[in-house]
Write a protein that binds this ligand. Sequence first.
Ligand SMILES: Cc1ncc(C[n+]2csc(CCOP(=O)(O)OP(=O)(O)O)c2C)c(N)n1
Ligand SMILES: [Mg+2]
Length: 729
Amino acid sequence: MDRAQIVHENFLRRVAAGDFPAGAPPRGPLSAPEAAALYRAQCLSRALDRQSRAMQKAGQGYYTIGSSGHEGMAAVAAATCPADPAFLHYRDAAFQIARADQVPGQTVTWDMLLSFACSSEDPISGGRHKVLGARALNIPPQTSTIASHLPKAVGAAYSIGLARRRPPEHRQYAEDVIAICSFGDASANHSTAQGAFNTAGWTAYQSIPLPLLFVCEDNGIGISVKTPKGWIAANFAHRPGLKYFSCDGLDIFDTYRAAQEAAHYVRTRRKPAFLHVRTVRLYGHAGADMPTTYMPREEVEAEEANDPLLHSVRLLSESGALEPAEALDIYNDTCARVTRVAEEVVTRPRLQTADEVMASLIPPPRPCGPTNGPGAAARAAAFGPDLKAQEEPQIMSRLINWALTDLMLDHDEIVMMGEDVGAKGGVYGVTQKLAARFGPDRVIDTLLDEQSILGLAIGMAKNGFIPIPEIQFLAYLHNAEDQIRGEAATLPFFSNGQFTNPMVVRIAGLGYQKGFGGHFHNDNSVAVLRDIPGVILACPSTGADAVRMLRECVRLAREEQRVVAFLEPIALYPMRDLHDDKDGGWMCRYPAQGETLPLGSIGLHGDGEDVAIVSFGNGHYLSRQAAKRLETDGIAPRVIDLRWLSPLPEEALLNAIKGAKRVLIVDETRRSGGVAEALMALISEQTDLPHARLTARDSFIATGPAYAATMPSADSIVAAATQLVRGRA
Ligand SMILES: Cc1ncc(C[n+]2csc(CCOP(=O)(O)OP(=O)(O)O)c2C)c(N)n1
Ligand SMILES: [Mg+2]
């Protein structure tokens, strides 16, 4: 028989017989009426699990990972406040239900069933996914990637403290809230989770406020792999900076007591705590999972005998809150009500078309107060002698530094974070003096963990800040990439635009650093950033463009709530000359305030008709060198700088190549998966022009004299363009 049915029948039989599992008597601060309310929430959670399975059998529901066994989480909700942002484990329906009881006007049964049915009327995801979550309950939806929500919970907790000192315009969290973050016992081992615990401890160890309650729901197993007995307590009882609390998650009185103590500690001390809730998992991981195929039947039955609902009925009876017969009526009535509501829910509309699915990929714009740019006095104070230097042409790294300064003067809610961005001013000096200009609240030297850096940014963005995190080198984005791919980019999608985390991620990258680094400091692949729906990828090639584009990127984040990656070509940071020694051809004046380059605009140099050379970043620099040589050779080129690598500025590009007879694509990223693949497809689909591509080879980058051997050079661009125009090199 189906184990869900066995658990159901056991419950009915044992309550009727007064046969309850043994446990401690009711104790602690939970009152009898409150306990009865929690029991109702537990019953509703259980009934929804049962209904989700029935709906799936009937082809009307699509998700069966349930909360059965974890219903004690209702007590954690009751012990905390609905204003506390909660980043929840997928087994926390009871938490959400109990929280909904704290907020007037909620229709939680209806809402959750809509989510099971993937109805477009599902108020949290608009029918895109079964997720827990509700705007009014401060529960953002989470992805299924276990542990990936922990870094941003740390970030959200950090933001609460910072917002007290410097409230941002779009602040979301109230003054004295705490962040709550729950997860399973197996998930606690994930390196993403371990990084988050470490970051929380590292922060608290320095007495920096971090009001964060971690809640580990320890059912002793992750799908089929058991957690060693005692592992969670052994692992977490003595972590520096992280205070440990534990409770019996089968007992709502004990869970409420411990959760209240832990939450009180976090709220009053502004320090993180770890609440270890020991629980059971009933009827396997999900609907299709049969626990008896990997666990002895006796063990499965022993867990089932410990059904937390049976514990609750005993405790309610002993506390005088409810008689078992009344509890049984509540259970049966709840099941019947859920079935009735479900019958109506399955008639509600579902998403149908691609456009409907995609409607929330890009978040809605938000109204922002006007800004007039930083005033002269503020600029003079911040820049000091640099103000005078702004009258002279400068290298890119310095111009980016000034742009960041002006943007931070203009927008108080901008906060930078990264490894070495503060005191040192970045590996390449791009963030020099920013810490002195804006202080440690706004320029944060983080610990060495890219997931934590991006998690900090996501969490702060959720609370209205505009984070500008820095990833020191593109190659080091990859160990944290899921924080952009799986987390930041998906939040508006899975919340139907109700939750957002806009930011500008600065990434130093691409190749061509002479004499430094090899592959790990010269990564020339951007494929992982280009295929993420909704994420914008910008890549300037000159200092002036970098300034104008950075201004646009901050606008896109601030006003349009977009997640932007800003890729800075390291080799061009210090570049002074273009054609000849000391010609100063690659230095630029600092663009005037208000000058920007809108998303989708391209750079066009020359109007030659023989060949349009389409490139970006270092490739654009080399193409400009090549163009001069081609002209000398009697070939008339025009050179186009793409600037925006995702989405590609297709319209502007097609306009810019009008009148050219051929197109040469110069792409410093790899031949496979590189930007040129998309450009070749675009040109061949949209034009009849002969076209060719010059790309980097499918290789990693070498150190030493061959540092640029695998990538396009001015020579190879000249050769490829000549070949395309004249049929020979
Ligand atoms: C990063 C990642 N790897 C694997 C999975 C597949 N998966 C989903 S749940 C799960 C087990 C989680 O166990 P635990 O954290 O103990 O939570 P429980 O389901 O027991 O409540 C696994 C391996 C996933 N969702 N994400
Ligand atoms: Mg588990």
